[in-house]
Design a protein around this ligand. Structure first.
Ligand SMILES: NC(=O)c1ccc[n+]([C@@H]2O[C@H](COP(=O)([O-])OP(=O)(O)OC[C@H]3O[C@@H](n4cnc5c(N)ncnc54)[C@H](O)[C@@H]3O)[C@@H](O)[C@H]2O)c1
Length: 465
């Protein structure tokens, strides 16, 4: 299937980032509109891996998304016979560029969290043992700073040496994704700023040329950093900054709740100041794949890669702890408000870790539901984007049932579907208690509900009686 006159890109890891990268590469074209690349997606022989491979081979984007341009791009590549996916690692030998989008997880079930590099290292061996000289390798996986130089490079050098390849043909770069699954999923790759660094000048130049072939660098110029470690660090700081910012506002949300303030009113006022316009808001908590782990990468880098134990990263650690407590804080507040959750029938609206995505990884709603179980409440859950929590063996409601089946409604995710839902009409004739953990109900609706004597509990607000 490979078109010989086109360059071939291998994408290792076909998850939320890798699959979207394939879509972006499929759309890349020269000035005459001719497609630039053959793309080979490589994943592992697991349930998820095989499902993703099978979808891509059918021309389907493997995740539910409102952004239909992803499926369109993959279908285009498939119809033009330029895209396929496989578990066969020998295909790395076809690649001019290899993009790494596999996970690197933290192990939590030990005394101290740590990173087991074993699977990640094996994946790098898969590449090193099969790739050609002069193929560019770009690590996009979020890694503890120092990973490229201290883990990836030595493996590749070992493979090159054992295979008798020329070390001058080893081109390693790091460039991280800022992809945002949601309505602008594909756009967040193509029309967005990108940071990169190469191991040496040649790697950096080849990486710059490759990124410029599918990113709109005219409007979103690339930012080149001086080393692989600088680029890795930049990504980790970005995500740590966001996680700590959320944790910081959590404590002010609790303050507002306890002294009768509306923290959203205050935050809107602060956001008018340009230096503070990205201050976060209180909510249900932090989920997804990245923000719950990346803030620990500084600490784990200094411990495991640089062995400088004295760097404790207290703020990042505290941020992670505060954020992980948020679902239970919400639940405890609700428990007090309703005089005990035992025996209560609860409807939860929203399961994903953020709005307009189908991703339930580390979902705060799941933590909330586990807490409801512990407190003796029964619960049903609905989400317009997902059908089940696999971990909880719980099927979701397909539609929002009548309000009179429940004592309590908890709104958790600000999907547009809920923002547009007519809650005033839905609650009519019931005594349902409403908790909004994500600022989903408009001020007007809150006032209307309060005027009709509904009991309303809003995360970050203590002003509604
Ligand atoms: N999800 C996001 O929004 C996002 C944004 C920016 C950066 N990132 C980072 O990008 C990386 C990937 O994230 P993701 O959300 O796509 O993860 P994911 O879990 O959705 O996908 C990873 C894929 O890699 C596959 N894989 C694992 N080992 C492999 C191997 N040895 N060879 C080939 N495939 C292998 C898995 O089967 C899976 O399909 C992570 O480092 C993440 O932190 C994620």
């Amino acid at each position: 299937m490979i078109k010989k006159y086109m360059k071939t890109i291998c994408v290792q890891g076909l998850g939320y980032v890798g699959s979207a990268t394939i879509a972006a590469l499929s759309n890349a074209s020269d000035i005459n509109g001719n497609p630039l690349y053959n793309i080979i997606g490589i994943d592992i022989n697991s349930k998820d891996g095989l499902e993703r491979i099978s979808n891509i081979n059918k021309g389907i984007f493997p995740f539910g998304s409102q952004d239909k341009s992803l499926s369109k791009a993959i279908l285009k590549g498939k119809k033009e016979k330029r895209i396929f996916a496989t578990t066969e690692i020998s295909y790395f030998d076809r690649a001019d560029v290899i993009v790494i989008n596999i996970p690197l997880d933290i192990t939590w079930d030990t005394k101290e969290p740590y990173i087991n590099f074993k699977k990640f290292k094996n994946a790098i061996y898969d590449i090193g043992n099969n790739m050609r000289e002069n193929a560019l390798i770009i690590v996009e996986t979020t890694v503890p700073p120092g990973t490229c130089e201290k883990v990836v490079l030595p493996i590749l050098l070992e493979c090159f040496n054992s295979r008798g390849l020329n070390i001058d043909g080893l081109l390693l770069a790091h460039s991280y994704e800022r992809v945002m699954p949601g309505p602008d999923y594909l756009d967040s790759i193509i029309n967005y700023w990108r940071v990169f660094a190469g191991y040496n000048k040649r790697a950096s130049d080849v990486c710059e040329k490759f990124l410029s072939s599918f990113i709109n660098v005219k409007d979103y110029p690339l930012k080149k950093l001086s080393s692989l470690t600088a680029s890795e660090t930049s990504k980790v700081i970005e995500n740590s900054y966001r996680a700590v910012n959320i944790a910081f506002m959590e404590e002010w949300g609790l303050f507002a709740e306890s002294v009768g303030l509306n923290s959203f009113e205050i935050i809107d006022a602060i956001r008018m100041r340009p230096t503070h316009n990205n201050i976060r808001r209180p909510g249900l908590g932090v989920g997804g794949y990245c923000l719950i782990k990346d803030p620990l990468f500084g600490l784990l880098s200094s411990k495991q890669l640089y062995e400088t134990e004295e760097l404790a990263f207290p703020m990042s650690q505290l941020g992670i702890n505060i954020n992980s407590n948020m679902p239970n804080n919400n639940l405890n507040r609700l428990n007090l408000y309703v005089g005990g959750l035992k025996g209560k029938r609860v409807l939860v609206l929203g399961a994903t870790y953020r709005s307009e995505v189908d991703d339930v990884r580390n979902s705060p709603s799941e933590v909330l539901c586990r807490g409801l179980d512990k407190m003796g409440a029964s619960w049903d859950i609905h989400d317009p984007f997902v059908d089940s929590f696999e971990n909880l063996n719980k099927d979701f409601l397909q539609e929002i049932p009548a309000a009179n089946k429940y004592d309590i409604l908890i709104l958790t995710v600000d999907h547009n579907f809920y923002k547009e839902f007519d809650f005033l009409d839905w609650v009519e004739g019931t005594k349902i208690i409403i908790m909004d953990t994500n600022n989903i109900l408009t001020e007007e609706l809150c006032k209307a509900l309060v005027s009709k004597n509904f009991r309303l509990l809003i995360t970050g607000r203590g002003d509604l009686k």
